[in-house]
Design a protein around this ligand. Structure first.
Ligand code: SAH
Length: 222
């Protein structure tokens, strides 16, 4: 269902904007995004914008999901940790590309709902947990990649420590203003999408530009 819509979505919104990795594009074509939102939102679920998923949270815009997934440089045999399961959509895209996917969500109701959908779609290598993702998942570390899908004021230190020392990648939206802050002008509440890449020569930092996520709330965040 909606296969044509997904092909158009990938061609126009994702490839058209510079995401090139064939495995990532294929994953975006495969994952049924509509399964992760209410039926009443199916009309525009493949359009170029984020959508509400309840409890004040959002399912990210398809392009941002693809951009972030490509930035992680997924390779066969690797393991990934996601902070902010939300709807489970990004989790499913990761599950198309990684051998093991761990994902933490602070809202029990969202995690439960995402778990049901992921199971129904057959993503058996996904492990979900309810809690504060800024502390990471020490028992399952190290990870080849860690992706944070909510905006915090800094890179959570525990996540940095749970990264594979050999080419581990940590991607997170970092912004100094709380995303829910109404005191600030609209354009100030976004974040910079930052990648920390561990290499034998040290840690390299790369910026993927401006993004806007809901707040990352936890011990090592807001
Ligand atoms: N990846 C999601 C995006 C969800 S929005 C998707 O594709 O649908 C970000 C999510 O991060 C929200 O569900 C929010 O509840 C969650 N979140 C915020 N702070 C968190 C934390 N410290 N630990 C785990 N989840 C967190």
């Amino acid at each position: 269902m909606f296969e044509t819509e997904r092909h158009v979505m990938v061609a126009r919104q994702i490839e058209g904007r510079g995401v090139k990795t064939p495995r990532v594009l294929e994953a975006m074509r495969r994952v049924p995004r509509h399964e992760f939102v209410e039926k009443s939102s199916w009309d525009d679920v493949y359009e170029d914008h984020p959508m509400g998923i309840g409890l004040g949270q959002t399912i990210s815009q398809p392009y941002i999901v693809a951009l972030m997934t490509e930035a992680l440089d997924p390779q066969p045999g690797q393991r990934v940790l996601e902070i902010g399961t939300g709807s489970g959509y990004q989790t499913a895209v990761l599950a198309e590309l990684y051998d093991e996917v761990y994902s933490i969500e602070r809202h029990g109701a969202l995690s439960e709902q995402a778990g049901l959908i992921l199971k129904r779609l057959g993503y058996d290598q996904v492990h979900l947990r309810v809690g504060d993702g800024t502390k990471g998942w020490p028992e399952a570390a190290p990870f080849d990649a860690i992706i944070v899908t909510a905006g915090g004021p800094k890179m959570p230190a525990p996540l940095m420590n749970q990264l594979n020392v050999d080419h581990g990648r940590l991607l997170a939206p970092i912004g100094m203003v709380h995303p829910d802050s109404s005191a600030k002008k609209d354009e100030d509440v976004g974040q910079e999408l930052v990648l920390m890449h561990r290499t034998p020569e040290g840690i390299k930092r790369h910026s993927y530009g401006d993004v806007r996520f809901v707040p990352l709330i936890g011990e090592h965040a807001w």
